[in-house]
Design a protein around this ligand. Structure first.
Ligand SMILES: Cc1ncc(COP(=O)(O)O)c(C=O)c1O
Length: 388
């Protein structure tokens, strides 16, 4: 039987990480060591008290029922956490759980956009920012992130006609893959822009707790006016290493949350209760581990960026996120070509910048998923290959 699949499937090709993984296996099959810095899965672990909370809850048969909604203690924990971390007051109806920001970002467009509505997304940017709205039938328009603007959008340069058409805009700092943080003054401008053109802002705050030097760990919602124009995603994947447990929150504008909740009530029976209990333990429990982890990421950043600079590769220090964004050396036509050459010569695997949009070309991304000792070894291996 011949199947006729949805035409929307025509926009998908094999994901880049599958291709990179195939390359990794090929190199490993030759007996060589591969240093995999391509994917952003944390190698840190959840705190023992968080895993214990999940295990305890998993031992209670009552916790296998549909959760349907958030436990009141979870909403309270999120309220307290936002107050303590960011100075933001939220009512409980301004908080909703999702199965990770990836899932939450995929579906929010269904509640906001009609087919053909314009959504502004960053180029380069994290792929789901465009994929989610695209799946909802929205029309994607890119705003540019360029190094000369500190990888912040030049809002004044966005065509007013386009801005008037835009219904939603996805923004995310500290930014994956470009690794910069945004100052408060940027958010003031963003909110004024959103109000002027009546655009809903979706802010993805996956890395507020992985931020370096004197950059501020902040919430978009702490900026005056933010609650009027948008919502924020805040995932427990990176902050507490609950990556595979799949829990994140969408928070902020009440009307947007309520509309999205109505949609989700048709498709979502609530997060597995043991995962909710783990999240409560993470948010309410001791927070020293979060700061220790931030410093550990910063030490890795120093080892990788500083190490590359010491061998002649001018890689800037990341300001936040668990990545490093490195310009490719001269002599390579594309970031993919450099990425595969680096893998062949050194066993070091990174991600071509082109995977994040046309303006990602010319860069590669490294994940900070190795210890400083392992990174020191990587620097020696790259130095020996004499590519810079
Ligand atoms: C910017 C950004 N947003 C969202 C995610 C996914 O988060 P979650 O695990 O909550 O789906 C990632 C994962 O790398 C990310 O880099």
């Amino acid at each position: 039987m011949e199947f006729q699949f949805a035409s929307r499937m025509d926009q998908f090709q094999a994901g880049i990480f599958g291709v990179l993984d195939q390359k990794r296996r090929e190199v490993e099959a030759t007996g060589r060591k591969v240093y995999n810095l391509s994917i952003g899965t944390p190698d840190f672990q959840p705190a023992p008290h968080v895993m214990q909370a999940l295990c305890d809850a998993a031992g209670d048969p009552e916790n296998y029922k549909y959760a349907l909604t958030e436990l009141p203690e979870l909403l309270e924990a999120v309220q307290n956490w936002y107050r303590t971390c960011y100075g933001v007051e939220l009512e409980q109806d301004q908080i909703m759980s999702v199965y990770g920001s990836q899932e939450g970002l995929t579906h929010i467009g269904l509640a906001i956009c009609d087919p053909g509505d314009v959504v502004l997304v960053p180029n380069p940017g994290y792929p789901i920012f465009e994929m989610g709205p695209m799946l909802c039938g929205a029309k994607i328009e890119y705003y540019e992130l360029r190094p000369e603007n500190g990888y912040l959008p030049d809002l004044d340069a966005i065509d007013p006609e386009l801005a008037r058409k835009a219904k939603m805009m996805v923004v995310s700092y500290p930014a994956n893959p470009v690794c910069v943080a945004a100052p408060r003054s940027f958010y003031d401008k963003l909110i004024a822009f959103a109000k002027k053109y009546h655009i809903i802002i979706i802010h993805d705050n996956a890395y507020s707790k992985i931020i370096f030097d004197d950059h501020e760990s902040m919430s978009f919602l702490s900026v005056p006016g933010a609650m009027e124009v948008g919502v924020e995603y805040n995932s427990l994947s990176k902050t507490y290493n609950l990556t595979g447990a799949r829990i994140s929150f969408v928070l902020g504008n009440r009307e947007i949350i309520q509309k999205y909740r109505t949609l989700r009530s048709q498709i979502d029976y609530g997060i597995f209760l043991p995962v909710q209990k783990a999240a409560i333990a993470a948010l309410n429990g001791p927070q020293e581990g979060v700061e220790e982890q931030r410093l550990a990421y910063q030490a890795r950043r120093d080892a990788l960026c500083g190490g590359f600079r010491s061998i002649g590769w001018n890689v800037p220090d990341s300001q936040g996120s668990m990545f490093v964004w490195a310009p490719i050396p001269e002599g390579y036509a594309t970031s993919a070509e450099f990425c595969f050459d680096l893998l062949e010569k050194t066993g070091v695997l990174c991600t071509p910048g082109s995977a994040f949009g046309t303006l990602g070309e010319g860069h590669v991304r490294f994940a900070l998923t190795k210890t400083p000792e392992e990174i020191a070894e990587i620097i020696q291996v790259v130095k020996a290959a004499d590519m810079f």
